[in-house]
Design a binder for this molecule. Sequence first.
Ligand code: SDX
Length: 429
Amino acid sequence: MSGNTSQLQVGDKTVDMAIKEGSVGPAVIDIAKLYAQTGMFTYDPGFTSTASCESQITYIDGDKGVLLYRGFPIEQLAEHGDFLETCFLLLEGQLPTAAQKADFDYRITRHTMVHEQMARFFQGFRRDAHPMAVMVASIGAMSAFYHDSTDISDPHQRMIASMRMIAKVPTLAAMAYKYSIGQPFVYPLNSLDYTSNFLRMCFAVPAEEYKVNPVLSRALDRIFILHADHEQNASTSTVRLAGSSGANPFACIAAGTACLWGPAHGGANEAALKMLEEIGSVDNIPKYIAKAKDKNDPFRLMGFGHRVYKNYDPRAKIMQKTTHEVLNELGIKDDPLLDVAVELERIALSDEYFIEKKLYPNIDFYSGITLKAMGFPTSMFTVLFAVARTVGWIAQWKEMIEDPSQKIGRPRQLYTGSPQRDYTPIGRR
Ligand code: SDX
């Protein structure tokens, strides 16, 4: 490499490739012309060394455990702001003024109701359907109800679709939960803030008044901030790829929701809590640590490890603090799951295997304990992740659509299948 170009020797050819510097973080080697100049592709399954796009939204320094939304540290946003302020920041790039915040809150609040016919849509599901299946379907179905905001070439329609999803996904999530427990849907209440409204839609019943616990509402609002965006993770990359074909915004967010469901990604919070329940007691921890280290055992410590963080996930630290706040508020003195989690973390962080592989707790390790204490069933944990991540997906989708150089994403492959061969009639096979 010299200055801002790098050279690649391919056979007798020397290929010059530009190096592009970011504002912070790793530079990139622009390989766009590599195939045209060499007839070869790069090869990077899992994209461990591949930047798929240029973005100004979220920055992660995995070695230092740093997470910035539009340059602001997650610790400061979680401490001082609220989730809708974070939504404005991710979408617009700056923290809102008081007037902008009031206007944004007003507009989101008045989009929280869903088309009444969507309630009938839920009747098609079995009561025991996983709520993530319901979310994938109902977010995608929004494109069947809101035709007036599916033209992605119209900035006004893009803005309306964005507002509608940020506002309505919590309502759909609460409806998915209510449907799963056979309770009536609860309409949103405009007098409540975003997260209090969501808690009431989940836990209020017509038979009695519901009073939002401000400590729990603040805790969940902070949890939403922690989950709002995270650079080019699997589900965000899914949204970008779906959006690159010109698919409507609701379909793109439904695709991201489907990807988030996987246990290696957003499904890890549900899997981590199930793992803690399976371990059951501190005495069983050594057995599970051994399983996690055994190459022949597919078991992994759910909530541990991360593609980017090779240090403590900064969100996990804030999550751990929030867990203690919520358990104290609820008067839960000794939660056996928390005891297992704290001891499992202590043992893992002092074990050579985890140290050498730089495996630390990630955001999913403590979130399940908190959400369970709040009254959410395990099956709702990834739904809550999707509620929060909807704004990140939308901000990334918006950035891509507004990029004049945007084109459809279409990776290539290393083909190792059969070379061309001729068809043989069935009688001669
Ligand atoms: C999220 O990308 C994001 O930003 C995601 C996310 C977001 O906000 O969008 O942060 C949210 O998805 C957090 C991650 C939640 N997933 C889990 O907690 C599931 C458990 N973790 C792992 O499955 C794993 O750590 C991943 C998927 C998170 C990361 O996998 P990588 O980067 O592909 O790493 P790897 O699988 O290649 O692991 C490297 C090594 C391997 O050992 P070797 O083959 O080198 O010998 O570490 C081992 C792995 O076996 N390893 C683990 C482990 N995670 C990795 N061993 C035991 N337990 C684990 N949890």
